[in-house]
Design a protein. Sequence first.
Length: 153
Amino acid sequence: MAKKPDKCLCAFCRLERRIYRKKHISPTNILLAMIASLVVMMGVWQAIDARVLVLFVFCLAIAELFIQIRWRLTLACPFCGFDPVLYIKDPQQAAAKVRVKLELAKESTALLSAHNPWTHLAPLRKKSRRNNLGEMAREEKISDSTSLPSSQI
């Protein structure tokens, strides 16, 4: 009944991990909330009561809350600490979080495990001198094309 977590690769350390892709409640969760509220209604009031609607909405809210929390907690990589949601909102804060997690992994025995994030990190790519000169030339063309002609000055 419960959907098992999917396997995916971390965008930063490239280690395989499991995440839940389900972010919101499904019709199955709505049905289960309805059944739970009806069972509680019969247990508490022993008759059909309109207060069951409040209980049903409460069960739906709790189900949505737990599914959202489960999705959010499994999204961050347990090995390197990379969090894609945090990266979209604030890349510097995500980088700081990864840096702290990698330093902790470096100091602990995690370097000996199969899930060592240091072994799968991509090497840093430095911009070559040719690329830097090409970007500078492009910027000069853009600034020249937007400036006013000398006859209008």
